[in-house]
Design a protein around this ligand. Structure first.
Ligand code: ADP
Ligand code: MG
Length: 697
């Protein structure tokens, strides 16, 4: 059983990590806590999950009774209460800061000491309490406890100002961090506020405002100008402009009219539309996007996992070093300078929290996922951003990916007793159940010429579609084949192959060759850019994979500057090409439109599907979904992923580097507690701010 909750009032990343560890000690429980989203995911495998869940809750409240477990909701808003207490805290700390400076010049020594003690208690009573509680629970590596030891230690050896300053800065740092993380979380969540919570239900006479859950497929709704489309639907009446930017990341308005299918999340621009609901709330595009982004922030990247492991050893190691510094060097000098070394050891304790890492790396990926979403690219997990950053081979599908997929019929050549019209009619009937772009184009061109005649699907029986080959069906009671040469050969039909530009669809009726239809596709304007931009990223292994003929494949690839086209492939052959590349150590991205390509999407290191948000299979099988039809978004995504990775690395190297450098300075007496606090709080803040850069375009 999987459970999800929100953990409220959990304030430090280090604690989240410790809590996670603690919960994982409970048998049959695997817990994952994401400090940034405040999400706790529990996988409970015991026989009685309810009981185990109670135990988990107990463990959490024992760990820190302030932490609240709340139901999993889409957003975390800081409460009014929390905001007020934060404001009070800021005032308190500012007053303390001023007093601390004034007190520094206090001429009467005992008054000065009293004020120091007062300030210390004022600033740190909360930390003191929580540290005391932690000791009772045996948590000695806890950040608060270490800060308390460090500051009290400083008091004891007479470093009063520093003792207060440590706590003061620590508290200021916590607040700033809270604000920064909260802000980023909010920004990202606002990106996802594309869901309109209500719809105007129309019962034929009047309108009523209803919640989305109350509507079912087939209901009529009215969408007013300025409103978002609440559910995926079909327009019955009206013409308007739609702003799709929330879905595609592009501020391009599209004109829509009766009969068009529109996606939820877009904004209705100019006039009211009457629409018929086509998908219920859960299945509508908006819910799926919000879902996907939420799930994405649950999947951790490898770097994040590394950081968790590293943090677990970092703190004990620094504490061990502190003990060594406090006790070993003084032995050699006969304990005359014990307090010097004790001071250095205390400084070590201040630097011992791995918070900067624990928080900044997940935050980087979280911010990046949000920013991808804003650009119309849905990433299914931080791990795919990593894979994308490493990508050094890209395999493109042809039809619908590099080409438009809107085929035009160039030539109809009937053989034997059939006429051109009959051949096209037979073809359209055979294709009428298929989702393939070829099928859609054939049906469309038949309907254009048929003078109002519709396809009567009662005349179609025994329908089978062969991916990468074509279709077999019984049309008007006659076995009909339509597809490429492979298909007809397989059925032993005698025919001749036609060699010309364009895709040739051979038709056979009752085992006899009945003619062929030549269809032509156009390359997308954006495809040239797509290839060029990939090459600019130094990705040279770019290939084209298609089930189409050599003729078509080479024409497309030479126009786009792709060196090596693979042609005549069945879906499984495409998979073989991808696995061959991956097994030679490459990180392969496969880009397809999702039709016929699910196996390839799944077997590539990163499966990218495009322009097909409506198709469940495509979205399911891919790791990245491009909302628009532009293949150039692939290069854009890779570039962005690389940047994300770079920022995460900067945070890791930066914060470890600064901490180690300061530890060395402290060890040799070149630095005091001030710098130590900076290494703790300052580095933390810098890292958080740096992670937010991943949110930029
Ligand atoms: P691509 O690899 O270019 O995306 P597919 O693998 O989907 O193409 O299809 C390969 C070939 O198989 C097509 O060029 C066409 O000749 C044939 N084919 C596939 N599906 C159909 C269909 N529904 N109707 C007719 N022919 C089809
Ligand atoms: Mg295809």
């Amino acid at each position: 059983m999987e459970y999800k909750f929100k953990l409220l009032k959990i304030h430090c990343a280090g604690c989240a990590l410790a809590l996670e560890q603690k919960i994982n000690e409970i048998p049959d429980v695997v817990a994952e806590i994401n400090f940034v989203t405040k999400l706790i995911k529990l996988n409970i495998t015991s026989d009685c999950p309810a009981e185990t869940l109670t135990e988990v809750k107990k463990t959490i409240s024992k760990f820190d009774h302030q932490i609240e477990i709340a139901d999993y909701v889409d957003t975390v808003e800081i409460s009014e209460k929390e905001r007020k207490s934060r404001e009070k805290n800021i005032i308190k700390l500012s007053v303390a800061f001023v007093l601390l400076i004034v007190n520094f010049f206090m001429p009467v020594f005992w008054i000065q000491i009293c004020i120091y003690v007062f300030l210390y208690l004022l600033v740190s009573y909360r930390v003191l309490f929580s540290a005391a509680r932690n000791i009772l629970h045996g948590k000695i590596f806890d950040e608060t406890f270490l800060m308390v030891i460090a500051s009290i230690g400083a008091f004891v050896i007479g470093e009063y100002t520093e003792a207060v300053a440590v706590m003061l800065l620590y508290s200021v740092g916590e607040i700033l961090e809270d604000v920064a993380v909260g802000k980023s979380r909010k920004t990202i969540e606002s990106l996802l506020e594309i869901k309109q919570p209500y719809a105007n239900y129309f019962d034929g006479e009047s309108e009523t405002k209803v919640s989305l859950g109350e509507l079912s497929v087939g209901d009529l709704i009215r969408i007013k100008p300025g409103e978002r489309v609440p559910l995926d639907c079909e327009i019955i009446e009206g013409t308007s402009y739609l702003d799709m930017s929330a879905l595609t990341g592009e501020t391009k308005e599209v004109i829509v009219k009766a009969g068009d299918h529109i996606l939820s999340g877009s904004i209705n621009g100019s006039s009211a539309l009457l629409c018929k609901v086509e998908k219920c709330e859960k299945e509508s595009t908006v819910s799926r996007i919000v879902d996907m982004v939420q799930k994405a922030s649950e999947t951790k990247a490898k770097t994040e996992k590394f950081i968790s492991r590293f943090s677990r050893i970092y703190t004990p190691v620094v504490i061990a070093l502190a003990v060594i510094i406090a006790f070993i060097p003084p032995i050699f000098s006969g304990y005359s300078n014990f307090s010097t070394y004790a001071y250095r050891a205390l400084c070590f304790l201040v630097v011992s929290c791995p918070c900067a890492l624990v928080i900044s790396v997940p935050l980087t990926y979280f911010a990046s996922i949000g920013s991808f979403a804003r650009a119309g690219i849905m990433v299914k997990g931080a791990n795919f951003i990593e894979a994308l950053a490493k990508t050094n081979a890209v395999v493109f599908d042809k039809t619908g990916t590099l080409t438009k997929g809107n085929f035009e019929v160039a030539e109809i050549v009937p053989i034997g007793e059939h006429t051109k019209e009959e051949l096209l009619e037979t073809a359209a009937y055979a294709e009428s159940f298929s989702n393939h772009r070829i099928a859609k184009s054939i049906v469309e061109s038949y309907l254009e010429q048929s003078e109002g005649k519709q396809i009567n699907q009662a005349w179609i029986n025994d329908y089978t579609e062969f991916a990468g080959k074509g279709i077999k069906a019984s049309i008007f009671m006659q076995e009909t084949l339509i597809g490429n040469a492979k298909l007809l050969k397989e059925y032993g039909v005698k025919f001749y192959e036609v060699n010309r530009t364009g895709t040739v669809l051979y038709v056979a009726v009752s085992g006899k060759f009945a003619g062929y239809i030549v269809i032509e596709d156009k390359i997308k304007e954006d495809s040239l850019n797509a290839i060029r931009n990939l090459k600019a990223l130094k990705i040279t292994d770019i290939s084209l994979c298609t089930g189409d003929t050599e003729n078509v494949a080479t024409t497309v690839s030479s126009k786009l500057g792709i060196k090596k086209p693979y042609f005549g492939l069945l879906p499984e052959d495409k998979v073989a090409i991808i696995t061959e590349k991956t097994s030679s150590g490459k990180t392969v991205a496969f880009v397809g439109d999702g039709i016929n390509d699910a196996p390839s999407l799944a077997s590539a290191s990163v499966g990218i599907s495009m322009g097909n948000l409506g198709s469940d299979i495509a979205v399911e099988a891919s790791d990245l979904v491009l909302m628009t039809d532009e293949p150039s978004k692939v290069a854009y995504a890779i570039k962005k992923a690389k940047r994300t990775k770079r920022i995460a690395l900067q945070n890791i190297i930066g914060s470890i580097g600064i901490k180690v450098a300061i530890l060395i300075l402290i060890a040799f007496g070149f630095s005091g507690m001030w710098l130590a606090v900076f290494a703790d709080v300052g580095v933390n803040l810098l890292a958080v701010l740096n992670s937010l850069r991943a949110m930029l375009k």
